[in-house]
Design a protein around this ligand. Structure first.
Ligand SMILES: NC(=O)c1ccc[n+]([C@@H]2O[C@H](COP(=O)([O-])OP(=O)(O)OC[C@H]3O[C@@H](n4cnc5c(N)ncnc54)[C@H](O)[C@@H]3O)[C@@H](O)[C@H]2O)c1
Length: 329
């Protein structure tokens, strides 16, 4: 964190800096970041909102945009998103909207944000009808990942990040599953970010290959939404991956051993995958999913560990996947 100001000054002219963070991360790291920014010549102000997914909404977004205007931010100024995926998604969207775009530096402080949300330029807030329905593609000028910040992350939040790490193992690199628990976290983060970099470089606007990164997310987002965002994103994605893998095996599309490998990797990371919603409740939410177009929806199907495929199915077929994945026969 001490180097953040110097690194940022390498890509952004030191001007006004708005540090956006949540109520937990604020107490831990915003003073350190502000000091580093001031040392590098930035004039830092701070916007803090209550921690948690429930704050990732249009009302917090509007408050942040008003704060940026009251702080007299101009187009040469920079937003610093200090926190997990909630902070990064919200601050990123505000940076894309304010004066049609100001500078953006992402400083992820959760494992999930480090391996996934801080990279690739997807920004969004939730609407009552579903996750991430108001958003934009907006690339950060810089991502500064200080892995020392993960030292204060509660264990359950670390586990949530592991769900996205396991996702990378399933879609591209089976060896990642063996690294969990055995390798330094820096190495795991670099490997995941390299996969995301390659996929996003090939398909920045999510029209093809990038959608593979949604493995577990279609059903995962439905679980998150049904829970009123009390189930964290990582845990919901973990359950979504199990549902999809179970269904794919029952349909003869996936190698039968994959489910055992997935479940043992999730268990080793302390992730439980119990789902307390009926398939009718979950399916109703899926009708608002961004991955749906008209009466078709794209699903990410595992073929085996390390290889996933994108298929487009009718809504009826998607319902059948969900039914089978939740234990139907
Ligand atoms: N944009 C993308 O490509 C993308 C990808 C994956 C997920 N996401 C989004 O990311 C969000 C989930 O992110 P998350 O899991 O980081 O949740 P989060 O941002 O809510 O952070 C989880 C909790 O950890 C706390 N925290 C953060 N850093 C900490 C630290 N270093 N020490 C102590 N506590 C800390 C936070 O205050 C919060 O309570 C979801 O909204 C999801 O939709 C976006």
């Amino acid at each position: 964190m001490a180097k953040a100001g110097r690194l940022a000054a390498g890509v952004r002219r030191p001007g006004r800096a708005v540090i956006v963070t949540d109520s937990n991360v604020d107490l831990l790291y915003s003073d350190k970041l502000a000091a580093s920014l001031r040392e590098a010549g930035f004039d830092a102000v701070k916007f803090v909102f209550p921690a948690g997914e429930k704050s990732k909404n249009a009302s917090t977004l509007l408050s942040l945009l008003n704060f940026m205007a009251e702080s007299r931010l101009t187009r040469i100024d920079t937003v610093f998103a200090l926190g997990g995926g909630v902070v990064g998604d919200l601050a990123g969207l505000a940076a894309s909207l304010y004066m049609r775009g100001v500078g953006l530096v992402q400083l992820p402080t959760t494992l999930l944000a480090a391996v996934d949300s801080s990279v690739g330029g997807k920004t969004a807030v939730d609407l009552p009808a579903g996750k991430n329905l108001m958003g934009a593609f907006y690339q950060p000028d810089l991502v500064i990942c200080d892995t020392d910040t993960l030292g204060t992350l509660p264990e359950a939040e670390f586990s949530n990040g592991c769900a996205e790490v396991i996702k990378y193992g399933f879609i591209r690199d089976a060896a990642i599953l063996n690294m969990l628990g055995n390798r330094p976290v820096d190495e795991i983060i670099s490997r995941c970010v390299a996969i995301k970099r390659d996929i996003v470089t090939a398909d920045e606007h999510d029209r093809g290959e990038r959608q593979l990164l949604n493995f577990g997310h279609t059903f995962g987002h439905a679980i998150e939404t049904c829970s009123g965002y009390t189930i964290p994103h990582g845990s919901a994605v973990a359950a979504g991956m199990v549902i999809m893998t179970t269904a794919a095996i029952k349909k003869g599309l996936c190698d039968a051993g994959s489910l055992g490998l997935l479940k043992s990797a999730l268990r080793a990371c302390g992730l439980s995958v119990e789902v307390h919603y009926t398939y009718a409740e979950l399916f109703d939410t899926i009708l608002s999913d961004k991955k749906r177009s008209s009466d078709r929806i794209k699903l990410v199907i595992p073929r085996r560990v390390g290889l996933c495929e994108l298929i487009e199915v009718s809504l009826n077929e998607a319902r059948e996947f969900l039914r089978l994945g939740l234990g139907g026969t």
